[in-house]
Design a protein around this ligand. Structure first.
Ligand code: SF4
Ligand code: SF4
Length: 194
């Protein structure tokens, strides 16, 4: 992937943290503008708004990673029906328990909190949470927030700056871009092993 060119800006944009520009032909990241919001984030492990509301959509790579952890695909995946699946970036939904929480959310009685039991291979959308992104145009992606998360504005949290975005969010975002390119080219060889 071509090295991203970074620059910062003080522009005020409601809930927008960064804008990513892609090369329309190769979908490589050309440029990232990061808006300084002085926002801090540290997960409080409340599991109130994320994992308890069900698992996210899974990309093919997400499903492959979970399957490699020893789970049968039928155990964790509700596949989209083909006629409903307008975007082949996602394969289906992660299953939920009857009460609505993600099947991988487990209570740790030693710590007295809830934890993700597949943390190292958790889906890309989980790695991004509470951050989110949307396509502003085919060449432009806007990074934003899911504001109800209790870890936002946590005074003990890390500053969500250029370093945080590059270290914590860049890989999952790049993964989605890559999945989009691969899926639109029907280059899904690795997923056929699922
Ligand atoms: S990501 Fe947010 S909502 Fe989810 S457990 Fe952490 S603090 Fe709570
Ligand atoms: S996979 Fe893990 S992080 Fe993602 S929703 Fe389930 S429990 Fe939460």
């Amino acid at each position: 992937m071509k090295k991203a060119i970074l620059r910062t800006s003080n522009l005020e944009r409601n809930e927008e943290l960064a804008r990513i520009t892609l090369n329309p032909k190769t979908m490589q990241i050309l440029n990232i503008i990061i808006y300084e919001r002085k926002l801090r984030f540290k997960c409080r492990r409340c599991a109130t708004f994320c994992c308890r509301l069900g698992g996210p959509k899974l990309t093919r790579k997400d499903a492959l990673c979970i399957a490699q952890g020893g789970y049968a695909r039928e155990e964790f995946l509700i596949p989209f029906r083909k006629e409903w699946n307008s975007s082949s970036t996602f394969l289906g939904d992660l299953r939920s328990n009857e009460e609505g929480s993600c099947i991988f959310l487990k209570f740790n009685s030693d710590e007295g909190n809830y934890e993700c039991s597949i943390y190292d291979s958790r889906p890309s959308l989980c790695k991004l949470y509470p951050f989110d992104f949307r396509n502003e145009s085919p060449q432009s992606i806007s990074l934003g927030l899911i504001p109800c998360c209790r870890g936002l504005n946590n005074p003990d949290g890390e500053l969500v700056d250029e370093g945080y975005i590059m270290d914590s969010l860049f890989d999952p975002i790049s993964d989605f871009i890559l999945r989009h390119v691969l899926s639109t080219r029907n280059d899904v060889g690795e997923e056929r092993a699922l």
